[in-house]
Design a protein around this ligand. Structure first.
Ligand code: CO
Length: 261
C-alpha cells in the first residue's frame, strides 16, 4: 500500500530557518516512518510565492499536495501540521483537507504540538532540556504567536507544567493574543527578576522572532523590556531545532497513523 505523510507548515522564506526547523522535522518524520513518502506543504500563499519567485523553489499548498498524492495513487495519508496550537491556521488546514477524504482509503490529520493538557506536559518535558539554564534573578520569557480563537489557554497550561518541572522562571506570552507582554511584565516585576532571556515559542524563528521579539524597534519585546529596566538577551532559534520537540510531532503523526486501517 502506498502511504504518505504530508508535513504542513505555515512556512518561512528564511532558508536557514527552513532547513534547521521545517526540513529537520521532515527528516525526522522520514526516519520514523520507513516506507512512507514524506511530502511538504506550506499554508502561507505569500511565502510559497516568495520562495518560487526569489529562489525558484516550489512548495505546494496543502490542496495541491493532497491532489498530487491522490493522483499518484497513495491510499493512506497522514497530514501532520507543525502548528503549535489549534488556531486559525490549523482550522484552515482541516477545512482544506475535508474535500479530499473520499480520494484516499484513509486520511488522518495529526494534532498540533499543544493540543491539550497531556501535550502540554510532554512539551514541558521536551522544553525543559533545551531552555537556557535557570539563574537567580533571570526569567526565561517565551514568545508564542497566539491565535484569535480560544485555544490560547494552552500557553498558561504549558507555563504551569514547566513550573511543576522546576522551571518557575519561565514566563509565556504571545504576540497576537493574551497573555501578552503586559502580563509577562507584571509577572517579572512580581518575581523581582532583573534580567530576561527571550526565546520564540514558535517552530521557526522567523519574522515575529526577528522583529517583534528581538528587533531594535521601540515596540519589540526586547526594547520594551529594556525600557522597563531589564537586562535582555535574545536567543533566535525555533522549536524545530530541538530534537525533543521534533519527536513530539513525529509521535503525533504516529497517533494519527494508528487511526488509519
Ligand atoms: Co503572525
Amino acid at each position: 500500500m502506498k502511504q504518505a505523510i504530508l508535513v504542513v507548515s505555515f512556512g518561512t522564506a528564511h532558508r536557514d530557518a527552513l532547513d534547521k526547523n521545517i526540513a529537520a522535522i521532515e527528516r525526522d518524520m522520514a526516519a520514523s516512518f520507513p516506507g512512507w513518502a514524506v511530502r511538504r506543504a506550506f499554508t502561507s500563499g505569500r511565502i510559497v510565492r516568495k520562495l518560487q519567485e526569489r529562489d525558484g523553489l516550489t512548495v505546494e499548498t496543502p490542496p495541491e499536495a493532497l491532489s498530487r498524492l491522490a493522483e499518484e495513487g497513495f491510499e493512506q495519508a497522514v497530514i501532520q501540521p507543525t502548528h503549535v496550537l489549534r488556531g486559525e491556521e490549523y482550522e484552515k488546514l482541516l477545512s482544506q483537507a475535508e474535500p479530499f477524504r473520499g480520494r484516499f482509503r484513509g486520511l488522518a490529520v495529526g494534532r498540533p504540538l499543544l493540543s491539550g493538557a497531556g501535550d502540554c506536559e510532554a512539551a514541558a518535558e521536551a522544553l525543559a532540556g533545551v531552555l537556557p539554564e535557570s539563574k537567580p534573578g533571570q526569567a526565561v520569557v517565551l514568545m508564542g504567536h497566539g491565535s484569535p480563537s480560544g485555544s490560547n489557554a494552552v500557553y498558561p497550561t504549558l507555563e504551569d507544567a514547566l513550573h511543576r518541572l522546576g522551571r518557575a522562571d519561565v514566563r509565556i506570552g504571545t504576540v497576537e493574543a493574551r497573555p501578552g507582554l503586559d502580563e509577562v511584565l507584571a509577572g517579572l516585576r512580581e518575581s523581582g527578576d532583573s534580567s530576561a532571556a527571550l526565546l520564540p515559542l514558535m517552530v521557526v524563528a522567523g519574522d515575529h522572532a526577528k522583529n517583534d521579539m528581538a528587533g531594535e524597534g521601540p515596540d519589540s519585546w526586547k526594547s520594551r523590556l529594556t525600557a522597563a529596566g531589564f537586562q535582555v538577551r535574545c536567543e533566535l532559534r525555533g522549536l524545530g531545532e530541538a530534537a525533543s520537540v521534533r519527536a513530539l510531532f513525529t509521535a503525533h503523526a504516529a497517533d494519527a497513523a494508528e487511526t488509519l486501517d
